[in-house]
Design a protein around this ligand. Structure first.
Ligand code: ATP
Ligand code: MG
Length: 638
């Protein structure tokens, strides 16, 4: 198991150095020892960031489902692969063993084939977090069809745009979905979307909420009867290392989503290797990532990474607030969760509820906590650390992107000493660089700049579907010979990285570059503040000034806003300096968020600049109704 499972800091540095000095040798060893290949590669890596073109393990042949399923059958056939926890706690959870998963995936794969799906065809999956979602993803991979999972909270327009962009031949959906106390008519949304999607020939419909729905004759088919008829043997398609495995659209925080294309071998090797190390997964652990498979986090760290390691991975259908805000902790107790991976937006929402709902449950099984999606502010970090991890479960603040396929900067639990708000050290094989405005790399510590990666890693996206030029322009044009992440970061005195926000959001105030994350972090330290977002607006003297949108905690008391404004600026002065004081503070009930829970700052920026005539693409917003109330409230901001 050389190099595969890092156990102490010394070893991290040693393995890291090797991975940087001899990346080809390093990844070749990992690939050779821990995966099942039909044929080994001829070349470990070839790359040219100017084209850009990156190829890992060229010449190799494999099928990722043989690595995620078949090879475990001899030793882990009866082990639970997927543990399904339904929306309603009164409904029984379901354990799917590796053997059952194998049968279900093979049957599903045969159904796909029977409906004319071949290697390279695109299949859109629009399903709630039910086992069919993971099974259909794997069934596509089994036969070499390219899956494009669209988060089942997206609107019909967002869905049809994505279906058309990649010309999907089939859509897999369900009659509906449960979301807390509500049901959602998924099939109705699909029907509406498909009015604009002539490329779709077949719709497979899973039964979930037993609702009455329209079935279009010739196009729509109930899934279960087809599965019942299908054979449970389906030979895995032999894939080339660089064949596309899936397309996944970015969350759309900054504009029109991009259809990132991930390929087979490198993605498999990197997600499996990171899963093992970043969560310190041991054979009998129960691992739970609360993300939806509709996001990259779910692809890499609910499905592929865990299953490639023969792990038990939990799939949760519901929401953190149903039937009450104790639901996450109830599940941790019920399934004795060992690794728990969630997002800062969820942590903040749960922290707002107080401790009563936490203290009812036994969380002693937890060993590692994870965070992903946004910078985690200091207050939320401490709440998570103190009340959930009880100061004994390290928090891994994992920075990565849809584009990177896997975790890039992160502590390794029990190995890397953690530091609140810091994603800490680059993962094995990752070579970050901080760049200045003029395109030069900033060396040394205690510096900040634009975060780039200067050497390829196995799971990087290879292109944007149908638009290689956009891929090049977005990621490889800002800095020569480097992948540009779009995020800003600082490196502290020991070399730890802190993500300071998106570079587009950096605000230049009187010549100082201010990232949004550290200021929001300071604002959130105020005991009355639940959440905040900072943007810039033009200012005659300073060039730009800062505008804060602040959500207060719901305590039922009324508050003196003038005093609050002073206190918030006082905290900012103490934490960062008077330069970062907010010129305007608007108290609001909510913030515009993407469906993955991220603040959409570009909309706030427009409101702050009083330029609300064209807010751009808002189809990925979770709560479009909040926008008007913020616009109205802006008039009263001071
Ligand atoms: P789009 O690219 O369409 O605007 P998006 O960037 O939100 O959407 P994702 O790929 O889901 O889409 O998110 C990646 C981004 O999330 C990162 O670039 C970074 O800004 C942020 N992020 C993710 N994890 C962390 C983290 N641990 N700390 C700070 N920021 C993070
Ligand atoms: Mg992005």
């Amino acid at each position: 198991m050389s190099n595969y499972h890092i156990k102490h800091l010394e070893e991290y540095y040693q393995v890291y150095r090797k991975s940087v000095r001899e990346p080809e040798n390093f990844w070749e060893e990992v690939a050779e020892e821990h995966f099942m290949w039909r044929k080994k590669w001829d070349t470990v890596l070839s790359w040219d960031f100017s084209k850009p073109e990156v190829k890992w393990f060229e010449g190799a042949q494999l099928n990722i489902t043989e690595n995620c399923i078949d090879r475990h059958l001899a030793t882990r056939g009866d082990k639970t692969a997927i543990l399904f926890e339904p929306n309603n706690p009164k409904e029984a959870s379901v354990s799917i063993s590796y053997r059952e998963l194998s049968e279900r995936v093979n049957k599903f794969a045969n159904v796909l084939k029977d409906h004319g799906i071949e290697k390279g065809d695109r299949v859109c999956i629009y399903l709630p977090m039910i086992p069919e979602l993971a099974v259909s993803v794997l069934a596509c991979a089994r036969i070499g069809a390219i899956h494009s999972v669209v988060f089942a909270g997206f609107s019909s327009t967002a869905l049809s745009t994505r279906i058309n962009d990649s010309q999907c031949k089939m859509v897999i959906t369900s009659d509906g979905s449960y979301r807390g106390a509500k049901t959602i008519d998924l099939k109705g949304i699909v029907d509406e979307a498909l009015n604009d999607c002539p490329c779709v020939e077949t719709v497979l419909v899973a039964r979930r909420i037993l609702s009455d729905i329209n079935m279009k004759i010739g196009r729509d088919k109930w899934l279960q009867p087809l599965l019942d008829e299908a054979s449970s043997v389906c030979a895995a398609e032999v894939m080339n290392a660089e064949d596309a495995l899936f397309i996944l659209y970015t969350s759309g925080s900054t504009g029109m989503p991009k259809g990132m294309v991930h390929t087979t071998a490198g993605y498999m090797v990197y997600t499996a290797y990171t899963f093992k190390n970043v969560f310190q997964y041991r054979e009998d652990d129960i691992y739970w990532c609360t993300a939806d498979i509709g996001w990259i986090t779910g692809h890499s760290y609910i499905v592929y990474g865990p299953l490639a390691n023969g792990a038990t991975t939990v799939m949760f259908e519901g929401v953190p607030s149903y039937p009450d805000y104790g639901r996450f902790w109830e599940i941790v107790e019920k399934h004795k969760i060992n690794q728990f991976y969630t997002a800062p937006t969820a942590i903040r929402a749960l922290a707002k509820q107080g401790l009563e709902v936490v203290e009812k449950y036994d969380l002693s099984s937890l060993k590692t906590l994870g965070s992903v999606g946004e910078p985690i502010n200091e207050e939320a970090w401490h709440w998570y650390n103190d009340n959930i991890g009880k100061k004994k479960s390290p928090i891994v603040d994992t920075w990565w992107q849809t584009e990177t396929g896997g975790i890039m900067i992160t502590p390794i639990p029990f190995v890397t000493p953690t530091k609140p708000t810091y994603a800490t050290l680059p993962f094995i094989g990752i070579q970050p660089a901080l760049m200045d405005e003029n395109g030069y790399e900033i060396k040394g510590n205690q510096v900040d700049g634009r975060l780039c990666i200067k050497f390829p890693w196995p799971s990087m996206a290879r292109t944007i579907w149908g638009n290689h030029q956009r891929y090049k322009d977005t990621y490889f044009s800002a800095f020569e010979n480097k992948y540009f992440t779009g995020d800003g970061a600082l490196r502290d005195e020991v070399g730890y990285y802190r993500i300071t926000g998106r570079v587009d959001d950096v605000i230049i105030v009187s010549g100082h570059n201010l990232g949004t994350a550290p200021i929001e972090d300071a604002v959130n330290e105020h005991p009355a503040v639940a959440e905040s977002a900072i943007v810039g607006f033009p200012h005659d003297i300073k060039g730009n000034a800062l505008y804060g949108f602040v959500i207060l905690k719901d305590t039922g008391e009324s508050r003196d806003h003038t005093n609050l404004r002073k206190e918030i600026n006082q905290i900012i002065t103490e934490h960062i300096g008077p330069i970062a004081k907010l010129d305007k503070i608007q108290f609001t009930q909510g913030l515009p968020k993407t469906r993955s829970g991220k603040i959409m700052r570009r909309i706030l920026r427009k409101i702050a600049c009083n330029d609300t005539s064209n807010l751009g693409d808002t189809s990925t917003l979770l709560n479009p109704e909040i926008v008007q109330s913020i616009i109205d409230g802006a008039k009263d901001s001071k």
